[in-house]
Design a protein. Structure first.
Length: 94
């Protein structure tokens, strides 16, 4: 799933990560007014990877066969590195 074709929906806790994914050229949805069901709906309907640290949200999404990445890293650099390690992003500017 590596490449700029990967689309993300980012939990509101990670707005800064969403900003950096957009800078890197990724289609990234992060709405501060979303509730859990909105994240799940967007991920399912638009085939997006859900990025969160909320274990309950992750569990519900996985039950619906949504690709979920749980990131529990303290810095933006570590969060981006984690996504790169998972082969979801390339840390190269387009």
């Amino acid at each position: 799933m590596r490449g700029r074709e990967t689309k993300f929906v980012i939990d509101r806790m990670y707005q800064k990560l969403a900003k950096w994914l957009r800078i890197l050229g990724y289609d990234t949805l992060c709405e501060p007014d979303f509730v859990d069901q909105d994240f799940i709906r967007a991920a399912k309907a638009e085939n997006r990877v859900l990025v969160t640290r909320d274990e309950q949200l992750a569990h519900r999404a996985r039950k619906l066969e949504i690709k979920v990445i749980t990131v529990d890293a303290p810095t933006i650099e570590e969060r981006l590195a984690f996504l790169a390690k998972e082969e979801l992003i390339d840390l190269v500017f387009p």
